[in-house]
Design a protein around this ligand. Structure first.
Ligand code: 26V
Length: 795
């Protein structure tokens, strides 16, 4: 620690010519970021040497997204020096929390998929497993959301400005990526060779982010690739005065890593997206193969020493890229290359929403990646032939990789990987029984389940130090090291003093959140009210609209039926992808409800609606510890897993949910008396869908639905969209909000009643915390380690 504080002082002197007394907060921030990074790099050096010596198998985790969250606090916490640094700074007149605030959230992801990747990096590193993440160094992460008159507006997120201090540039490991051009077959003395001509080269520059583990010597790396033109700008054009043309190719090259695609809901076959995918998969594969060859002088044993994990289909071009490298650069035959390839890849599916399943049109794809296209096409031909040969009555319409001139990336992944998994029991069952049933028939045993998990060290240890400290003293076990030991809390279920203490901690977190709400929205919320929270991407299938409809119902009852409900604060936070009109309309609707209630003194005594803008990891860390109710109300069968549900449960919120995704497993863990379940099951949804769902029938046949929707229309003032949304619900309602409304209402009433029995609620909350052990990312990643990857700790 002494060396750490010395290093900070030295950095301030050398870099800024400042002593700590004269330093600014911004300088302190920079010094802390750099010194922490370098300390981790030094640890990494020892760790990597051990790893190399042991020649053990490694995992490479490929993901277009890693939603890392702020790094500084996480690293100081993991290094076990947070309180010393805090004291050192406060002795010198600085507040560590204010320094933390300076760091931008590296928003290199859209939502659950990207956050999961980061939780897994953290958990695997804490358990000393050798893993490297690969992704793109987006210059602009997920947009900053500003709400203006209720409508979402998007602004660029220039995170590198202040975020760059955590990165290490590795100029020695640049690689070249080839686009466009033509491939030619050429007979040489060694046989048939592929010659690739007239291609456009792009350079991939590597930047490493150190990933620390909790109380361990392990340090893993997240490698982020940045695109750069090969050869800079055109000097001749520049001299001729054609300045903008001279830098054009540079700008085109750099556009590849410019921006994270801010949509997670549809795949609108964009050229730039294909380029991003190939750019980072090719760069990563080239590096993996090169390192392996250097270590072993052969690639024959690649599959024994390497697992490449594909996080959703976005990195699926890894597969043909490995085939290409093996055949074109290392002269392997097709058969030998294929044998290695199918033993190297494992794939996780994260969605069954048809719009999000990736497909590329052949016409778009082939000119950009001619050689890769030929390889995919050959994989497909051989796969289709194999299907016919085994004589299975298989459905090639459903299974072939290329179909109707579209390349189906999930099919490519299934055919080319040794393992395919879903992310919750229900989701994995749906994959096997429905989405990929024919594949499951011809590949028995290939499909498995690994239920998602969360990094509890961040989501409890760091986000809720008050609860962590209390449980530590009470339980006398190190549940931060091993979350399963948190079940010891169950012993205190009947201990009223424990229940009271938990309630007091919840209150502290609610007061903190209320301050944030006041500061950011101007709204004053009652910290004795129920904090009812729905935080996640805005998607119709997640049904924020159902939640809004319930609030409209309450408003009507308070206003016209003298209902005096127990006070509630409904808290929303969500980004909509920029082209998703209906999602933006739902945000507008929620904001309009909030405004109307705020203007009505009769109503705002009881209910308030808060929409917090710019949902991101650091905001989630503030909201989750303060939540009483966790809204997990997706249409059954649609949410692959959910992970926010687990984070909220761990912090003592009670789930109000459908039997969907991991909610089913939360239900099994806590038992029916400690959760509020409503709505159709996924089979019932399918049945109703098949029979033909008509929301208007629900409107006509239920007086509460009818009255609520009719009332909703009266709120429309021309500037709002109540009428428009009412029409949508009655005429379309694609995710069956109306079908589930009455059952939702019933559970909402039960919540209100139960909350007022403070002991009962406290006990339920305690049972939730105590049973959250299975949702640790340590458990989830251990399953990947044992069931899929077969790797060992670095000792
Ligand atoms: C899809 C697409 C489609 C093309 C445009 C860009 C883009 C970007 C991301 C995605 C991913 C959608 C899949 C996803 O985020 N799934 C979520 O994964 C979580 C972690 O497994 C899981 O908890 C959520 O239930 C699931 O929705």
């Amino acid at each position: 620690m002494d060396s750490f504080t010395k290093a900070i002082k030295r950095y301030l002197e050398k870099r800024f010519g400042n002593s700590i007394e004269d330093a600014s907060e911004r300088q302190i921030y920079q010094a802390l970021m750099v010194i922490t990074r370098d300390k981790l790099a030094e640890k990494r050096y020892h760790y990597i040497n051990k790893l190399k010596e042991s020649e053990q198998k490694r995992v490479y985790y490929m993901s277009m997204e890693f939603l890392v969250g702020k790094t500084l606090r996480n690293n100081l916490y993991n290094l076990g020096i947070e309180s010393e640094v805090k004291n050192f700074l406060s002795e010198n007149g600085f507040v560590l929390d204010k320094i933390y605030d300076i760091e931008p959230d590296p928003g290199l992801g859209n939502g659950g998929l990207g956050r999961l990747a980061s939780c897994y990096m953290d958990a695997l590193t804490s358990q000393e497993y050798p893993i490297t993440g690969f992704s793109i160094l987006y210059e602009f992460g997920i947009f900053k959301q500003v709400i203006s008159n209720g409508w979402q507006q998007e602004f660029p997120d220039n995170w590198l400005d202040l975020g760059k201090y955590g990165l290490i540039y590795r100029s020695d490991e640049e690689v070249e990526i080839k686009f466009y051009g033509e491939t030619k077959e050429q007979w040489t003395s060694d046989g048939l060779r592929i010659k690739y001509e007239d291609y456009t080269p792009i350079i991939a520059e590597p930047y490493d982010l150190m990933i620390s583990g909790y109380e361990t010597d392990a340090v893993n790396v997240l490698r982020l690739w940045k695109s750069k033109a090969s050869g800079g700008f055109n000097m001749r054009l520049f001299e001729q005065g054609e300045y903008s043309k001279s830098v054009e190719s540079k700008a085109i090259a750099e556009s590849i890593s410019k921006l994270l695609y801010p949509a997670d809901d549809n795949n609108k076959g964009k050229e730039l997206r294909i380029k991003q995918q190939y750019f980072f998969t090719s760069a990563s594969l080239q590096q993996i193969v090169k390192m392996h060859y250097k270590a072993y002088n052969t690639l024959d044993n690649l599959a024994e020493k390497v697992v490449i994990h594909i996080n959703d289909t976005h990195p699926s071009l890894c597969i043909p890229e490995l085939m290409r490298i093996l055949m074109d650069e290392y002269e392997y035959s097709w058969d030998k290359a294929w044998e290695i390839t199918i033993k190297t890849f494992a794939y996780t599916n994260h969605t069954i929403m048809a719009e999000a399943l990736e497909k590329w049109s052949v016409d778009l794809f082939r000119p950009i990646l001619p050689r890769i296209y030929t390889i995919i096409s050959e994989i497909n031909n051989r796969f289709c032939k194999w299907c016919k040969d085994i004589g299975a009555s298989v459905d090639l319409e459903e299974m072939s990789i290329i179909h109707n001139d579209m390349i189906r990336m999930a099919n490519l992944c299934i055919v080319s990987s040794y393992s395919v998994n879903g992310v919750s029991k229900l989701h994995s069952d749906i994959l096997k029984k429905d989405t990929f049933k024919s594949f499951n028939r011809i590949y028995p045993g290939k499909f498995t389940n690994v239920t998602n998990g969360i990094a509890h060290r961040r989501w409890l240890g760091q986000a809720n130090p008050e609860l962590t400290k209390y449980l530590n003293e009470l339980l006398e076990v190190d549940f931060i090291k091993d979350l399963s030991s948190i079940e010891n809390l169950l012993e205190y279920k009947s201990d009223e003093s424990v229940i009271n203490n938990l309630e007091n901690i919840k209150k502290i977190k609610k007061v903190q959140l209320a301050e944030y709400i006041k500061k950011n929205t101007g709204l004053t919320v009652d910290t004795n009210s129920i904090f009812d929270v729905q935080i996640k991407r805005l998607h119709e299938y997640k049904r924020q609209l159902l939640n809004a409809l319930h609030i409209i119902y309450l408003y009507k009852e308070i206003k016209y039926n003298a209902l005096k409900p127990y006070p509630r604060t409904f808290i929303f936070s969500a980004k909509a992808s920029s082209g998703y009109v209906m999602a933006k309309n739902i945000i507008k609707l929620i904001c309009s409800i909030s405004e109307i209630i705020e203007m009505d003194p009769e109503v705002r005594k009881y209910i308030k609606v808060v929409f917090l803008e710019d949902y991101r990891v650091s905001l989630a860390e503030k909201i989750i510890p303060a939540a009483d109710v966790s809204e997990q109300i997706s249409q059954a069968g649609k949410e692959a897993s959910g992970t926010g549900n687990m984070k909220l449960m761990l912090n003592g919120a009670l789930t109000l949910g459908t039997m969907d995704g991991a909610n089913v497993e939360i239900y099994n863990a806590v038992g029916k008396d400690n959760i509020f379940i409503f709505g159709l099951s996924s089979e019932e949804v399918s049945d109703l869908s098949e029979r033909g769902y008509r929301s208007e029938e629900f409107y006509q046949n239920s007086s509460v639905i009818k009255e609520t929707i009719d009332f909703m229309r009266t709120l429309d003032n021309g500037d709002s969209n109540f009428n428009y949304m009412a029409d949508y619900l009655v005429s379309r309602d694609p995710y069956m909000c109306l079908a589930d409304f009455e059952s939702y209402l019933e559970q909402q009433k039960l919540i209100e009643k139960t909350y007022q029995d403070r002991i009962k609620w406290g006990q339920m909350s305690l049972v939730n915390i105590a049973n959250s052990g299975i949702f640790s990312a340590d458990r989830a990643t251990s399953e990947y380690v044992k069931e899929i990857w077969n790797i060992k700790k670095v000792k």
